[in-house]
Each structure stands twice: as structure tokens, then as C-alpha cells.
Design a protein around this ligand. Sequence first.
Ligand SMILES: Nc1ncnc2c1ncn2[C@@H]1O[C@H](COP(=O)(O)OP(=O)(O)OP(=O)(O)O)[C@@H](O)[C@H]1O
Ligand SMILES: [Mg+2]
Length: 163
Amino acid sequence: MDSPLKIVTHSPEETRDLGACLGSAASEGDVFLLNGQLGAGKTCLTQGIATGLGVQAYTRSPSFVIATRYQGRCTLHHIDLYRLEDPMEIWDLALDEVLGRDGVGVVEWAERAQGMYQVDALVVTLGQLDGPSSRLVEFEDASGRYRPHLEAIHGQFPTHAKS
Ligand SMILES: Nc1ncnc2c1ncn2[C@@H]1O[C@H](COP(=O)(O)OP(=O)(O)OP(=O)(O)O)[C@@H](O)[C@H]1O
Ligand SMILES: [Mg+2]
């Protein structure tokens, strides 16, 4: 399989379906680092991941909370670093103790905490692509830990032809 794996979605629903596929393949200790600009679809993908993990509650990015926990077949730690005002706040979140241990971790605006924790993560980058409803979603699995996840996605979604 090509690395990174590139998928195009054409609607928010498709991005949620892609997230659900990833969430279904996820297990304890997995960490998904989401990057991409405002409105790229990070929360949308997270909603799908939550569905795939069997979370019933609606997943969103609350106004003043950086870290939220949801219960599905395992815990989902949803961390959104957008509202981080002072980089030092990251240390208060103790991400090293939250990510890669119990449950599944999803971090929006993960670039803002780059190098501040050590985890074997799947890096997911979302970006706009020809028109308002298309998104290019790239999955980078540096270690190979996420190969089964990417195979599941590869089997269900057509890959992006252009490189
Ligand atoms: N293919 C698509 N996938 C995901 N979202 C899409 C797509 N097409 C259009 N959208 C729209 O783009 C927006 C994505 O919003 P979302 O909150 O998921 O982005 P985000 O990356 O989390 O942004 P933020 O950094 O502000 O939290 C939504 O309004 C959604 O309806
Ligand atoms: Mg968001």
C-alpha cells in the first residue's frame, strides 16, 4: 500500500464514514493526530471515529474545554488544541499520561503540541480539494502500527489517484 494513504471525501457524511471506518478498526492505546486548517473536517472525522468506537454522545469541540472524554467500547479522549492560549497549558493536560495508554486518543490541531509527547501515532492531515465539499485526507503511519486500520480504509474507500 502507498504511504501516505490518500483518500478523497466529497461530503461531511463521507468524512464521518471514513472516521467510522477508522474508529471501528481502533483499539486501546491508538492515537490519531489530526492536522488541517479551520473547517478542514477534523471534528467531522472525530465524530465518525466516535461512532466507530460505539460512542452514543454527540462529539463536538466545546467552547472552553480542551479535553473531553467519551465512553464507547473503550474510552475516547478527544483533545482539541485550537483554544490553547499559552503553549505551557499543554503541560497541564499531561498528554503523556492520557495518550497511548487506556482508550483511544484523538488530537485536533496536533501540530500545536508537536514534540511535547512521545506516542506511536497515526498522523491524519485534512485539506480542501477542488471545491467546497471535497477534502483530501492523508494518513501517515510511521511505525506500521496502523497498517490494519489503513487496510480497512483502503478496502472501503477509493484512493486518490493524483500524487
Ligand atoms: N468533505 C467534507 N468533509 C468534512 N467537512 C466538510 C466536507 N465538505 C464540507 N464540509 C464542511 O466543512 C466543515 C468542517 O468542519 P469541522 O468542524 O469538522 O472542521 P475542523 O477541522 O474541526 O475545524 P476547526 O479547526 O475550526 O475545529 C463543516 O461545516 C462541514 O459541513
Ligand atoms: Mg474542530
